[in-house]
Design a protein around this ligand. Sequence first.
Ligand code: CMP
Length: 147
Amino acid sequence: EIERTLAMIKPDGLSGNYTEKIKEAILESGFDIIEEAVVQLDVERASLFYAEHADRSFFNSLVKYMTSGPVCAMILESPDAISCWRNLIGPTDARKAKTSHPDSIRAMCGLDSEKNCVHGSDSPQSAAREISFFFGDDKSEALEHDE
Ligand code: CMP
């Protein structure tokens, strides 16, 4: 099924000049980039994006990281975009990615379990919410269905 997912290059990914390499990996993997926006999140917006983690011990640190510079949000479209993008970025902990998924994006540019340089929606529900968060309510569905 043709799906859309929300991909985000986090502040460390943008400031480390990995943006072009990440976009090459996206296009080589067959995703279409439907929308793209460079955005500076403030504490309120970052807290809202990560609201499901509000009770976690790392939450304040996560918000500080995510507001430390601009992020690049993208809508990616492809067959099974949600799981394909999660596979391409690798595990949350970039240190683990470097050993177990050496070809993943987090292995290339991530640092640890927090500073992992990219984000991907983990379900169709979060993809719809996260696409709306950055691009509005009418962007979460792939436009053409061959059903
Ligand atoms: P992401 O996939 O964007 O979703 C939640 C984010 O919280 C995650 O990437 C990391 O940036 C951060 N995170 C997850 N687990 C931890 C952890 N154990 N310690 C610090 N940050 C974390």
